[in-house]
Design a binder for this molecule. Sequence first.
Ligand SMILES: NC(=O)C1=CN([C@@H]2O[C@H](COP(=O)(O)OP(=O)(O)OC[C@H]3O[C@@H](n4cnc5c(N)ncnc54)[C@H](OP(=O)(O)O)[C@@H]3O)[C@@H](O)[C@H]2O)C=CC1
Ligand SMILES: O=C(O)CCC(=O)C(=O)O
Length: 411
Amino acid sequence: MNALAATSRNFKQAAKLLGLDSKLEKSLLIPFREIKVECTIPKDDGTLASFVGFRVQHDNARGPMKGGIRYHSEVDPDEVNALAQLMTWKTAVANIPYGGAKGGIGCSPGDLSLSELERLTRVFTQKIHDLIGVHTDVPAPDMGTNAQTMAWILDEYSKFHGYSPAIVTGKPVDLGGSLGRDAATGRGVLFATEALLAEYGKGISGQRFVIQGFGNVGSWAAQLITKAGGKVVAVSDVTGAIKHSNGLDIENLLKYSVKNRGIKGFSGGDAIDSNSLLTEDCDVLIPAALGGVINRENANDVRAKFIIEAANHPTDPEADEILSKKGVCILPDILANSGGVTVSYFEWVQNIQGFMWDEEKVNSELKTYMTKGFKHVKEMCKTHNCDLRMGAFTLGVNRVARATLLRGWEA
Ligand SMILES: NC(=O)C1=CN([C@@H]2O[C@H](COP(=O)(O)OP(=O)(O)OC[C@H]3O[C@@H](n4cnc5c(N)ncnc54)[C@H](OP(=O)(O)O)[C@@H]3O)[C@@H](O)[C@H]2O)C=CC1
Ligand SMILES: O=C(O)CCC(=O)C(=O)O
């Protein structure tokens, strides 16, 4: 099932549980605005290359639309639409004053030089600058983009609108980025996992983790889990997968992967088939890369007891059903990975206030938001007698529906 069909299916199930009016349901599902732009750049060798960029602004009932920008070969309009919708429910679950958006460019960032990436980012920003804004739509990093990408967007946007640090979050600290934003999604994953495991009388310490993806989210999650006493027994990235049943040396693996642009060839573990990573023996599985990776093909073989969705939409609804029958507990993306957008909100607040928080304050506020989010989701599970995914969806959708109704429909 594609990402849009899967996300819309979860939304509709939540709307049914909430008894939403059918017209309101339809209006919440349809995006506010879908933008598609053509971006042509001269490559370093002088030839021209064309790319298609997207920004889907899904909903703004609760505040400015917010969400990352992805650079990946598989970016397509349906996927961006689904990811934008997920942002709407995620910001509502986190209870931060935002709506949802997502963007992306269909490209392979690894095949572009730094100057080509800069040109592409600047052209994309030129094409969308009048449709984003500090109080309308605020981009951030996602797969294939990072603080440097945000710095280029900030610079290009500021040429049209005057210096505007709050136009993006996840930017370098030297340009007004927040301390702690880089680690925030991984740290939020740690806090959410702690909250979930505590319900089962368990802690991070002694649990065995498998992590798919060793980029921003996966590598921070691995470092923080290790620091908290967890054992990361297998990890993968695009170059390969590696396993060590006594726990990988994450610090060294990180150094190795930065130096070698991937984990392939790391000598501190055994190389395994990337396809088998998700079905490795472990207590907690953390997908932190692409969507749709846990599906009907492999769900029956998953051996983890808990799945923490650090990636967006890693689990297909068909897999959800299979895993639920197997008794696997899934902490859904719109709660599990909401630490990133939560600290993005802190960054935006700091930019607007013109005041910088120290890292301790950022991390402790993040813990408060993640813990509250988990508690509110559990309350919805109790009210609607549903699993954590539906608990999160009903919480998010209900908050957005209430804001929409309060704002009214008068033209
Ligand atoms: N960044 C953030 O703050 C947030 C991100 N997310 C979600 O988390 C996920 C990861 O994002 P992020 O860490 O930022 O992205 P990055 O681009 O930093 O990292 C992505 C990682 O996934 C790896 N990867 C890509 N394809 C595969 C594959 N087929 N198998 C195994 N690994 C693969 C990449 O490998 P390689 O580097 O070798 O290409 C890389 O290690 C995405 O789903 C994103 O939407 C959610 C909330 C916030
Ligand atoms: O930090 C943000 O604004 C958005 C992060 C994001 O894209 C996500 O949570 O999926």
